[in-house]
Design a binder for this molecule. Structure first.
Ligand code: GDP
Length: 370
């Protein structure tokens, strides 16, 4: 009683309160474990029994410790980001910790992008966002962890750039890092017993070490929660309606100036002013409800319909959902207004438009990708 129990897999202090945090074990499993003298946290349990790696979240303090550890290594850093939520994928302060280590930037979730998109433009966009955060990647790769697309190629590139060193895979939660690690494990080992968990020396943080051919390691690090993600404002089913699940089918809306599109109740796009009616192409989850209305009525319309017609958020969740904030842009060329975590709207040159997203979620403009 009152004594701290440690997981015999990773050494984390076992807790039964927060299932997203390190060391979580369901009450019943803890009881059983204490009875037979073998307590595993849920993460290690799944790893042992199903060869499945569950995401885990850390406090900022723990994460800082982890980055400091990585900074002191001589290694290749593989930085996984979500192509659909690049700002929401940024690890705060990462540039200060990579030191002289090379960073291979990996854009995940390529499967949801339509084939008409130019991959080089996507790579340029990722590189540009990384540069803005102070990271200069040696290369950028686009993959789909879910469909295994170009995982082989990624492994070849890792082999090329690591030059005999260890590899650290880093990323915030929700970018698909666990899915990627699972895919790598299947591809490169196929043998359950090869994966081991161990601790970062001097911390309670667990890591997963995947042995490489030359005795070096590919290390999966815990993710940190990046609060500026659309995903954090939605639950379960709502998230599935907002996060693109399958290849996006672009939809074209002919809009007159002073018309508005609502994306469920999670985002909004206004065509404020321009010379005439234009086609605006929406790239978002295929099943997300899009509602067209007049700009003058839009605020009142949102206030009375959010949670019912304009959903997600659901009726129950709408009071917790942050208010939408406006970001206005004047275009000088064909551009994409990007609403992070949701998608984007391709707009013509010489118009004034606004993208609206929950407070904290980024809205950006970039040259059109098509
Ligand atoms: P982690 O928190 O970074 O470890 O992320 P997960 O691996 O748990 O994935 C987060 C969410 O993204 C899950 O719903 C996954 O199904 C989804 N996901 C992961 N990889 C891909 C991918 O390549 N394509 C698509 N469309 N979804 C993905």
């Amino acid at each position: 009683d009152g004594e701290v129990v440690h997981c015999i897999g990773c050494g984390a202090a076992v807790q039964t309160i927060d299932k997203n945090m390190i060391g979580y074990t369901p009450e019943s499993a803890l009881k059983k474990g204490l009875e037979n003298g073998e307590v595993y946290c849920q993460r290690c349990f799944r790893l042992r029994h199903y060869n499945e790696i569950a995401p885990v979240s850390l406090s900022d303090d723990d994460f800082l410790k982890l980055l400091t550890k990585i900074a002191s290594t001589d290694s290749l850093i593989v930085y996984v980001v979500d192509i659909f939520d690049v700002n929401g994928s940024m690890i705060p302060g990462l540039h200060r910790f990579v030191g002289d280590n090379p960073v291979l930037l990996v854009g995940n979730k390529l499967d949801v992008l339509p084939a008409s998109l130019k991959k080089n433009k996507v790579k340029d966009w990722l590189r540009q966002r990384a540069n803005a955060a102070g990271i200069r990647p040696i290369d950028v790769e686009l993959i789909s962890a879910k469909t295994n697309f170009d995982i082989d190629r990624l492994l070849d590139q890792i082999e090329k750039y690591r030059k005999g060193k260890d590899v650290y895979v880093v990323g915030v939660t929700n970018v698909g890092k666990s899915t990627l690690i699972n895919s790598i494990v299947r591809q490169s080992t196929g043998i359950k017993e090869l994966i081991t968990t161990s601790r970062f020396p001097g911390t309670t943080l667990d890591r997963i070490d995947i042995p490489l051919d030359d005795g070096k390691l590919l290390v999966d690090t815990p993710g940190i929660i990046q609060p500026e993600q659309m995903a954090h404002h939605l639950v379960g089913k709502e998230l599935k309606l907002v996060t693109p699940q399958k290849t996006i089918k672009p939809k074209v809306y002919q809009l007159n100036p002073e018309q508005t599109l609502f994306f469920g109740g999670v985002a909004r796009f206004d065509y404020n002013s321009g010379d005439k009616k234009h086609g605006f192409t929406v790239y978002a989850e295929n099943n997300l409800y899009i509602h067209r209305t007049k700009l003058v009525n839009a605020d009142a319309f949102y206030a009375s319909h959010v949670g019912n017609l304009l959903t997600p958020p659901s009726e129950e969740n709408k009071t917790n959902f942050p208010p939408l904030e406006m970001h206005e842009f004047k275009t000088t060329r064909k551009s994409d207004v990007v609403i992070e975590g949701l998608g984007w709207v391709t707009v013509p040159a010489d118009v004034v438009v606004s993208g609206w997203a929950p407070k904290g979620v980024s809205v950006l403009i970039r040259p059109a990708m098509i």
